[in-house]
Design a protein around this ligand. Structure first.
Ligand code: CTP
Length: 402
């Protein structure tokens, strides 16, 4: 199943390191090539001999061999791999990765790696919940690295809680699934819109909304990782994204977003419009800051272009158009009406009535409604998992369309 795939495994100093020989075996059994890089501290938990025997390759620990001076190139290792799996990742290595510290062969290899990176933290629950660790995890995610989140359970310290490294079978399955899907969108151009729009009232004030952009950014990343060339048109958000397959176009207003999307759409195979676009904008943005007068202030608004509806009118037979609908009542009926009225192929319905779904959260729960076929409802999942569900659906529809 994984014949010819090159897996680089990085092991750091955590008791969960004792489970990694099993992970190596799972990859080898499926025909993958495995190389292992370890920190010095990791060798106290699991021996290099065990890992080199299972991987059938020398294990690297030091940047060079002190006896003959031969150099172990971190750059070559990072370039060799189809995927770099760091498991277990201690709090210390997590912090070094987030800060760009390269003080051993493993962290240097991480910094030089060009391939997708997965990291599976393992530490005591208080270390895992510490704001520094959470911030470091978020930093790594914002660079496009993939988190294999730790489990809740009994920890080596005797405490019970989050911090236990995910089981080798689950890590293996996550990587195998990723590699299987990796290139199924090669050669596809996909447009994604994300985030809010800000409609200026005067030089210091605007009308905006609570959209964080997390959903659209997660979709853009999934698409790019599966080989698509992505144009991401984003309203003002604080997220960062760094993937060579994503062309990020930053806009502020609905008008700018409409211009960027309508320009990009004709060359696209699909568009996934997750942005929360303002439906109204001030008729006039004042040139100077509006001063208090003691009385009421009336701001007159005019409708913006409905970008999705405009694209629905331009859509060619071989193009797919996907919209989002955020509803608070009669959710299914409203979303189905948008699907039809805007000439969409698929609509992703969020309900603000579902706890943990919608704006600002890291989780979401959606129903996929297509013109043909039964609606599909997801459980409450992370936005990354929801992005995978949406991208799976779009990839399937694109391949059927062909
Ligand atoms: N949308 C858009 N341009 C707009 C408004 C919305 O492209 N000016 C897109 C959104 O990106 C989303 C979909 O339309 O994919 C649905 O947005 P929503 O605000 O839920 O629907 P509206 O059609 O604006 O309807 P309403 O606000 O009345 O619910």
């Amino acid at each position: 199943m994984l014949k010819g795939k090159k897996i680089l495994i990085g092991i750091t100093g955590s008791i969960a390191a004792y489970k990694i020989p099993l992970l190596v075996r799972l990859f080898i059994r499926e025909g993958a090539e495995v190389k292992v890089v370890m920190t010095r501290c990791a060798t106290d938990f699991v021996t290099p001999l065990t890992l080199s025997t299972l991987s059938q390759k020398p294990v690297l620990i030091e940047p060079y061999d002190k006896t003959d001076g031969s150099w172990h190139s971190h750059v070559d290792w990072g370039r060799w791999a189809d995927v770099f799996v760091l498991a277990p990742v201690s709090a210390n290595t997590l912090a070094k990765m987030a800060a760009g510290i390269a003080d051993n062969l493993l962290t240097t290899t991480y910094l030089a790696a060009k391939c997708p990176v997965f990291f599976a933290p393992a530490m005591d629950l208080d270390m895992y919940h510490h704001p520094t660790t959470q911030r470091n995890t978020d930093t790594l995610l914002s660079y496009g690295n993939h988190l294999i989140a730790p489990n809740e359970g009994e920890l080596a310290s005797g405490l019970v809680g989050a911090g236990r490294m995910e089981e080798p079978e689950v890590i293996f399955r996550t990587i195998a699934d990723f590699l299987e899907k990796k290139n199924d969108l090669n050669g596809r151009n996909v447009l994604v819109s994300a985030g809010p729009t800000f409609e200026p009232i005067d030089p210091v004030r605007f009308i905006g909304n609570h959209s964080s952009g997390k959903m659209g950014y997660a979709i853009a990343l999934q698409l790019a990782e599966r080989g698509a060339a992505v144009t991401l048109v984003s309203g003002p958000v604080s997220l960062k994204l760094n993937h060579h397959g994503i062309n990020l176009i930053k806009v502020n207003t609905a008008e700018q977003m409409a211009a960027a999307c309508l320009e990009a759409f004709p060359a696209c195979d699909a568009a996934i419009m997750s942005a929360a676009v303002a439906d109204f904008t001030p008729v006039k943005a004042e040139k100077q800051k509006i001063k208090k007068t003691g009385g009421e202030l009336v701001i007159q608004l005019k409708p913006t272009t409905d970008i999705l509806a405009a694209m629905g009118k331009l859509k060619m037979g071989n193009q797919l158009l996907v919209g989002f609908a955020l509803e608070t009542e009669n959710e299914f009926a409203h979303a189905s009406a948008k699907l039809k009225n805007k000439n969409l192929d698929l609509i992703v319905l969020n309900s603000l009535n579902d706890e943990g779904a919608g704006f600002g959260t890291d989780t979401n729960k959606v129903t996929l409604i297509s013109a043909a076929g039964e609606p599909e409802q997801t459980p409450l999942l992370s936005k990354r998992e929801i992005a995978a569900v949406v991208v799976d659906k779009v990839a399937g529809m694109l391949n059927n369309n062909n």
